[in-house]
Design a protein around this ligand. Structure first.
Ligand SMILES: Nc1ncnc2c1ncn2[C@@H]1O[C@H](COP(=O)(O)OP(=O)(O)OP(=O)(O)O)[C@@H](O)[C@H]1O
Length: 255
């Protein structure tokens, strides 16, 4: 079968309960390679819970997760990462005091033998590899030797995304990627989302900023009180319709 036709991710009838509360109730959705899906819903709708099931933070009570055509059991976040599911949370999980390339290799550092005996960090290799991935994604950062704390919010976001791509992410989940950024930086992050999509990465983007989601997403999945209440092609809808679905207002016009 043609790989491009197999969804990178499919979730089927996912249920997640916290005690008596049903946070996610029989939600199904899929993401194709290169597709950007906006996951929308008001506070408490179940967005974070659903992505935490996919990224291995929670285990679902019911339902299946299918990754690249095969059912998978994702027991913990490392399982998700091994499969190629990377989640970028708002805190980005970068080490402020380390430079850009050390962050790309954080926890997966490349070592080499010095004097044929001792393991030392292979700085040249990590620098060159990091440069390659940043170039591939069209990201401009003045020096990869700069510490993360010297970078802007958008640049940090780019480093976190580059790290995922370097380690072979097939599905990128972005939780509020533009929330803390200025306008110019938001635009760059959205450009980066488009670049990743063009390179075949499937993307789920959670954002309260509808305008941003409409800029980059192909399809929208709307949750309300744990249930999927809508699935819409961006080209065929508008923010008003989406907000109505999110808050549960009846649509005035039906055709
Ligand atoms: N660890 C938890 N324990 C108990 N209840 C939880 C837990 N996590 C989430 N919930 C509840 O599950 C429901 C869904 O929450 P969730 O965080 O998934 O919503 P959300 O759509 O991501 O909201 P927000 O946009 O505010 O982040 C809410 O009622 C929330 O209070």
């Amino acid at each position: 079968m043609d790989d491009q036709k197999i969804p990178v991710l499919e979730v089927k009838d996912i249920v997640k309960r916290f005690g008596g509360l049903v946070a996610v109730n029989k939600v199904s959705m899929e993401v194709a390679p290169g597709e950007v899906v906006g996951l929308l819903g008001d506070n408490g709708a179940g967005k974070s819970t659903l992505i935490k099931v996919v990224s291995g933070v929670y285990h679902q009570d019911e339902g299946q997760v299918i990754f690249q055509g095969k059912e998978v059991k994702i027991g913990n976040p490392m399982d998700a990462i091994r499969l190629g599911i990377e989640t970028i949370y708002q805190d980005l999980a970068l080490a402020e005091n380390l430079n850009v390339y050390s962050n790309i290799f954080l926890g997966r550092e490349k070592l080499k033998k010095a004097l044929g005996l001792i393991d030392v960090l292979d700085h040249d290799y990590m620098y060159q590899e990091s440069k390659k991935v940043l170039d591939q994604l069209g990201i401009e950062i003045p020096s990869l030797k700069n510490k993360i704390k010297m970078l802007s919010g958008g640049q940090r976001q780019s480093v976190a995304i580059s790290r995922s791509i370097y380690w072979n992410a097939k599905l990128l989940i972005m939780d509020e990627p533009t929330a803390a950024l200025g306008v110019a930086e938001q635009r760059k992050v959205l450009d980066l989302v488009r670049t990743l999509s063009a390179q075949g990465v499937g993307i789920i983007i959670i954002s309260h900023q509808l305008y941003d989601v409409f800029q980059v997403a192909h399809r929208l999945v709307v949750l309300r009180r744990g249930e999927k209440v809508g699935e819409l092609m961006v080209k065929e809808t508008n923010p008003d319709e989406v907000v109505s679905l999110m808050v549960g207002a009846e649509l005035v016009q039906h055709e």
